[in-house]
Design a protein around this ligand. Structure first.
Ligand code: GAR
Length: 215
């Protein structure tokens, strides 16, 4: 039987992350605060992750993630979805921006838009998403609230490859987080986010290690 600490149980990851010859060129999509973006930027700056953030794309003009990009001197581009007639045209602008910044892998780190084949076909099997639940449970919006409403005793977070159906696709890394009796959406989400920062870095390290083995 698996033992679980009061903090979290992380399952599973590649056995060893070997150093890569060339950093993975990432494009990050984010809509809000950007704590996951910051966790990635910090790990890269500390030399813990063989990757580089080529560009941040954000869709809300006042998203705090834009401040974080400035702080880390990472190029950022605002693509406000309200200025595009449909999801496909927003995704076409995203792809153009990612290509212009020579992005190889796309990281949806708190990206609150549904993506279309326009993006997925431009980066086949190279778009990853972070979701605040143990998928396939609690897909879609307000996943933390959904978990509390369902009365589950364990929830968590997932990094997965993105497929067209919302919050679906092969799972890369998950972490379990116990739900405490007096949890509110805020307290539970805060503990989930601690694990998100960790598993997002882990998923990217695993991808970088696999890429290094191939090259
Ligand atoms: C994260 O908790 C992420 O799991 C969630 O948005 C938050 C962004 O936090 N994403 C989704 O709900 C996507 N369906 P951050 O802006 O502090 O990184």
């Amino acid at each position: 039987m698996l033992a679980m600490s009061s903090e979290a149980l992380v399952v599973p990851s590649a056995p060893e992350n070997t150093p890569t010859c060339r950093p993975l060129r990432l494009g990050v999509l984010a809509s809000g605060s950007g704590s996951n973006f910051a966790a990635l930027a910090e790990a890269i700056a500390a030399g813990e992750l063989a990757a580089q953030i080529q560009v941040l794309i954000y869709n809300n003009p006042d998203a705090f993630v834009a401040e974080r990009a400035k702080q880390w001197q990472i190029p950022s581009v605002l693509l406000n979805h309200r200025h595009y007639p449909n999801r496909e045209s927003l995704d076409a602008a995203i792809v153009e921006t990612l290509k212009a910044h020579e992005v190889e892998w796309v990281v949806m780190a708190g990206w609150m838009r549904i993506v279309t084949p326009v993006l997925l076909n431009a980066y086949p099997q190279r778009v990853i998403n972070l979701h605040p639940s143990l998928l396939p449970s609690f897909r879609g919006l307000r996943a933390v609230e959904q978990a509390l409403a369902a009365g589950v005793k364990i929830t968590g977070c997932t990094v997965h490859l993105v497929e067209e159906e919302v919050d679906s696709g092969p799972i890369l890394v998950q972490a379990a987080v116990p739900v405490l009796p007096d949890d509110t959406p805020q307290t539970l989400h805060a503990r989930i986010q601690v694990q998100e920062h960790r598993i997002l870095k882990q998923a990217i390290a695993d991808i970088a290690a696999r890429q290094a083995q191939r090259s």
